[in-house]
Design a protein around this ligand. Structure first.
Ligand code: SF4
Ligand code: SF4
Length: 124
């Protein structure tokens, strides 16, 4: 979708100024960068044999990275402690790699889980 929109925006029929074209390019690059992060919550990567709650961990990582939402830390730390957040947090990952093979987005889940724990775990 980003590629199509960029093609449309740079089409000669649509007259954009150089500044506007540059602006469109910057927006496109930003979206491309962010799209590496985007977990669609499809759930194909689960279940994890170690019961890691992958979806919830990545969801809260996005909430933190994109929106700097304070509740992201709170929700990540509720994994395994509330029926609303079942399973285990990222520390239970044994890096078996099974989830990564199943993710249609090609998300480096193991690396993202580590990142989620680093950024979101509340040290007690
Ligand atoms: S790599 Fe980690 S999160 Fe993924 S299936 Fe294996 S143990 Fe679970
Ligand atoms: S399969 Fe990939 S996109 Fe789907 S929930 Fe798992 S990490 Fe997210």
């Amino acid at each position: 979708m980003v590629t199509t929109n960029l093609e449309l925006a740079t089409n000669e029929i649509i007259t954009l100024t150089d500044a506007e074209k540059e602006h469109v390019k910057i927006i496109g690059d930003t979206y491309k960068k962010l799209s590496d992060l985007i977990c669609t919550q499809c759930g194909y990567c689960e279940p994890c044999e170690q019961e890691v709650n992958i979806k919830q961990s990545l969801k809260q990582l996005i909430h933190w990275d994109v929106y700097k939402w304070d509740m992201a830390k709170r929700y990540y730390n509720m994994i395994g402690k509330s029926p609303m957040f079942p399973g285990k947090n990222a520390t239970a990952c044994t890096e078996c790699g099974e989830c990564e093979e199943k993710c249609p987005q090609g998300i480096p889940i193991i690396e993202k889980l580590k990142e989620a724990h680093e950024k979101l775990a509340i040290k007690e």
